[in-house]
Each structure stands twice: as C-alpha cells, then as structure tokens.
Ligand binder design. Sequence first.
Ligand code: NAD
Length: 516
Amino acid sequence: MAPPAPVPPVNPSGSPHSPPPSHTATVAGVPVDTRHWIGGERLASASATAPATFTDHSPIDGAPLAEIARGGVAEARAAVVAARDAFPAWAATPPAERARLLHAVADGVEARAEDLAAVETADNGALLRSHRRGVMPRVAHNLRYFADRLLALAHDDFETRGHTNHVSWDPAGPAVLITPWNAPLMLASWKIAPALAAGNTVVLKPAEWTPLTASLFADIAHEAGLPAGVLNVVQGYGAEVGEPLVADPDVRRISFTGSVPTARRIAAASAAHLVPCSFELGGKSPLLVFADADLELAADLAVEQFDNAGQICLAATRILVEESVRDAFLGHFLDRVTKLTQGDPRDETTDIGPNIHPRHVERVDGFVRRALDAGAKAVTGGGRNTALGGNYYLPTLLTDVAQHSEIVQEEVFGPVLTLQTFPDGDEDEAVRLANGTRFGLAATLATGDRERAGRVSARFVAGTVWVNCFFVRDLSAPFGGSRDSGIGREGGDWSFDFYCDLKNTVTAPKGWARHG
Ligand code: NAD
C-alpha cells in the first residue's frame, strides 16, 4: 500500500456537535433540504411513531452532515396517498410526454452532476472521481434509456383463428422503491426511471446512512416539471418508515435492493396484499482463474473487486485459482495491491476510500477476525488501516480458508477477498466450488479457452457471467440474482414487465358495425 494522505474534514465550518436546526444542510458546499418530499411539498416529520430527525454522518471522517427528517407511519402513509392520488393523471399522460419529462430530469442531473457527485461522496465515501465520471452520467443515462425504451415498447400482434392478440403494458400503480447505501443515486435512478416511464408513481425510501442525493434528485425532478405526487421521497429507518410503506394496501409494486434478511421481511409484509416484489440482494460471487488465463488480466480483475471499498453486491470476492498457477497469480495480484492508495475519496489519486459506517467496519472486521482465528492467513491486509483510522479497512486477501467456512459462505461487503485453489484440470471441482454458496448473483471467469468459457459459463448459477471482464453492464440486459441473490430480473423490457400489468386484448374479425 502507498502511504496514506491525511483526511481533512468534510464540513470544515460545521460544528461537530450541533448542526444548525434549519431544514437546509450545507454538505460539501451544496445546500440540501433535509425534509421529506411528499405530494410536491417539503415536509418535516410529524410522526407520533418516531423522533423528528436523525443525524447523517460522513464515512470520510465521521463528521455530522445533516439532521434528516425521520419518517414513520404517518409519513409513509402520506407519501403513498400522494402517489395514489397522482397516479391516474400520470398513467394517462401520453408516453411521449412522460419520456420528455424523464429527459428533462436527466438534463437536470447532468447540469448538477458536480453537486450530486460531491454530496454523494461526502455521504457514502465512494470515490469522487468515479461519482463524477461514471456514476452521475450513468444516473442520467438510466433516465434517458428507459424514456426511449418506453417509446419503443412493442410486441408483434398475433392471430388466433382469425382473432388478433394485442399485448400492452399498463401502468400498475404506486411503486415503493427501497435502496441501500452503497450506490445511492445510481440504484435509485435505476428503479425510478422504468417505474416512472411505465406510468407508475413512486415513493422512494433511500437508505438512512445515505439520504442526501435523493433529496437533491427530488428538487431536480420538480424543477424539470414532474407533477406533484409522481415522485415522493421519504427518509428514515427501515423498521420505522420502510415497514409501513411495504405493508400499505395502496402500493402495487415493491422494488428492493438490499440484504437478504430485509427482503424476507418485505416479502412477508407484501404478501398481505399480494404485491409483486423485485429483489436485488447480496452476493458471494466467484472469480475463476484457469491455468490457461492471461494471469495479468486475472490479477487486474481480482484487484477490481476492491472498488468501492468492496461494497459492491456483484463483487467476485471468492477467487478460485487452478493449483499450478496459484503462486504466479498471487504474485501479479500482490504487485498490484501494493500500488493501491487508500485515503480520502475526494483525492484524485485515491483508489480505496472508507467503508460506510463504524458499525459496518466492525462487522467486516468481525468476519476477518473469526476467519483468522479459524486458521486463515492474511496474505495482505487483515485489519483496519490504523494509519488512517476511522472507517478505513485495509484491502485484504485471506488464504487457507475452507469451502464451508463463514468467510467463504457469507457476504462481508467490505474489501475482503478469499483465495482457494482447485486441482489442475478439474473443471468439475472448479464449478462445484463456484456454485457452492447460497447466492447466485454473478460469476467471473478468466480463461484463454473459448470452449471452456462456454462450458463453464453454462454451468454457473448466476444472474450475470463475465468472461475475461468485470462490471460491464448494459441497461438492455436482464439484471438480478438466483437463489438468495434475488427474485426477478430488471433491465431492458424486463423492467417494464415488472412495473406494468401486462394485458392481452383479443379482437374478433366479426361483429363490426357497417358504416356508409
Ligand atoms: P439493508 O437490507 O439493511 O437495507 C436496505 C434498505 O432497506 C435501506 O433503505 C433500509 O432502510 C431498508 N429497510 C431495512 N429494513 C426494512 C424493512 N423492514 N422494511 C422496509 N425497508 C427496510 O441493506 P444494506 O445494508 O443497506 O445494503 C447492503 C446489501 O445490499 C448487501 O447485501 C448488498 O449485497 C445488497 N445490494 C444488492 C445489490 C443488487 O443489485 N443485487 C446492489 C447493491 C447492494
């Protein structure tokens, strides 16, 4: 690891103990409204079931960023009612006009990309350069893609004994969208765009650790002309405001990205009203490195798994290497790790920033401690970055781990990889290890043999397979996970299939009134 740079404060002017009691917080120089956005109005919390606010901290230095309105039962209901009331007019808005408005929101995102990037980095600690150059352009692209796709949505009519079948996508109603903290606005917009394009209205509940860009997005959408109630944002904790949202009888769709235990609770709550859910959950994906692979490329792919400090659901955290190339692969990998710079995510030269929250770092470290106690060896990393302190955790690779062990089976969601080997030439064993967890989100494969790539890819249990690459994601592709990694697929027309009620209209060739 390169030597760390000191981390300056996120809000140099803010008092560490008493943020101003106004409804605006200034974060990274950008004013952010801290209230909910419901029915086209800013509302503070008035819920009897929760305190009025909670404090949002920066993972960069732990500084308090804002006092955020903390929703409860009343805010959840108010947001769903606003979405329900706005639904008929939005559903009846011609697709071309809905698409125009989504493009206008995308224009607004592009115009405020610098603000959004700075605030997102202060709030979730991911690299500023990636928010600027990758994430915020992608947020705008999410909106534009689904706006355009809406206008192209069509299924060929087909005939049954002279009758015409015509398939249409009808808006389903209010959609509740619940997002995690690891890619806040990226994941919110990936759900908001198809839901709104489809003619649904939306209640977004961002994660409590990263609520800020959702609030800026509400302003942008409003300024772009989105009618009141079409997009609502309620803030707060899952147990306080998330639960009443997903149990509300007026909700017609729930799209959730987050952890498996939360998905189980949402599935149980939504069952009362038989509301269709889309679940994008955790992963423990493999990276298979065969002896015939380009080992430099394989090492690049492995080091990429430390992006976002390992807080990426798709991360290939289990490296499975063919025995005979283990040492060569490891050499290339360690070469690269020593060149990584950990530090302030606002610094252009930083490769790995902090993890999201002290509680999360504690959890990550718990996994590593227990693995080391059970006999694992840390070839690199293995603990907190003590030079930086705070939420900074060293990029870690653990060897000598057993397939059934906790560190191999459970999602850590931090910069922690494991390395296992499989016997030379034993493709069956490689696939058995790769598929040997309860997850099935993604799988990555490094090989120089096209036939092997085809054979092995076909045997993975995974929603996405990458061959000699990682994280190439096209919005037209189906995205989701198998087993505990999720239910359903979004992306492309699959998103419209989820957010809409599909209808087939069958028209007979006879019975028409004669004219003239
Ligand atoms: P989490 O499940 O704790 O929280 C996610 C969201 O759910 C938050 O907004 C939270 O407030 C809300 N929530 C919590 N309890 C709720 C309840 N009872 N009812 C309604 N909402 C509730 O997950 P997290 O820790 O924020 O996120 C990390 C997880 O997300 C990891 O498992 C990661 O793999 C997963 N993830 C998956 C994908 C994907 O596309 N598959 C993408 C990113 C993250």
